[in-house]
Design a protein around this ligand. Structure first.
Ligand code: ADP
Ligand code: ADP
Ligand code: ZN
Length: 215
């Protein structure tokens, strides 16, 4: 199954992907998680990416294209992949197309999770993230069992620097300018499925699974 989970920041891509990867047995590839792990470990990639991420801007396409090419060539992608947070620009989508042609695993479906801007701001400002495993929680909508502690790995949760109000607004602006045009791009390619992301986590999971089950 070769899938892109698409949508604005805060739509619930990461939350859904963590469950979908268990259900369908394909790897969850989150470029945001990969970049944050590199920032945490102060790698060359992390040092290059950090400034862009803190400002709510996109990391340059060349960097992301190299990163995703390497990741998709790893052995666990033989039976498919679930991309989250990539592509975010038209050049990234064009490059992805080329890479997938090279490796013979064309994209089957792009699932666009649709959520209103007000909901996105509410979701992002209450998000708490696990620095170790990347799991995300919400202080009201999806709280961890023990306050401030990751259910999965027991690490202390934190609030991402880019989940502050000013940076959230900037990320939504960048989404509208650079990423949203991909809805039309994949619509024209005939592989886009729009779903309503306004329900709770379980409701959205049922809807997304209903789409995935067809592939
Ligand atoms: P969210 O899921 O909240 O939208 P991500 O974790 O996907 O955020 O991404 C966090 C940040 O990492 C982005 O704001 C951007 O700076 C960088 N980033 C992640 N994926 C990409 C990408 N495909 N292209 C450019 N920058 C990216
Ligand atoms: P994305 O990866 O698209 O940026 P996340 O999966 O990290 O989004 O979700 C953003 C925030 O919204 C998190 O705090 C998460 O717990 C919360 N969230 C996710 N799905 C829902 C939902 N269906 N209803 C309410 N809150 C949600
Ligand atoms: Zn964790």
């Amino acid at each position: 199954m070769n899938v892109v989970l698409f949508g604005p920041p805060g739509a619930g891509k990461g939350t859904q992907a963590k469950e979908l990867t268990k259900k369908y047995g394909i790897p969850h590839i989150s470029t945001g998680d990969i970049l944050r792990a590199n920032v945490r470990d102060a790698t060359e990639l992390g040092k290059e990416a950090k400034g862009y991420m803190d400002r709510g801007e996109l990391v340059p396409d060349t960097v992301l294209i190299g990163l995703i090419r390497n990741r998709l060539n790893e052995a666990d992608c033989v039976d498919g992949y679930l991309l989250d947070g990539y592509p975010r620009t038209i050049p990234q989508a064009d490059a992805l197309d080329g890479i997938l042609r090279e490796i013979g695993k064309p994209l089957e479906v792009v699932i666009n999770i649709d959520v209103s801007d007000d909901n996105l701001v509410e979701r992002l400002s209450g998000r708490r993230t696990c620095p170790n495993c990347g799991e995300s929680y919400h202080i009201v909508f999806n709280p961890p069992e023990k306050q401030g502690i990751c259910n999965v790995c027991g690490s202390q949760l934190y609030q991402r620097d880019d989940d502050r109000e000013e940076v959230i607004r900037q990320r939504l602006t960048v989404y509208n300018q650079k990423t949203k045009p991909l809805i039309d791009y994949y619509g024209k390619a005939g592989i886009l499925v729009n779903i309503d992301g306004s329900g709770n986590v379980d409701e959205v999971f049922q809807t997304v699974s209903g789409v995935m089950d067809k592939y």
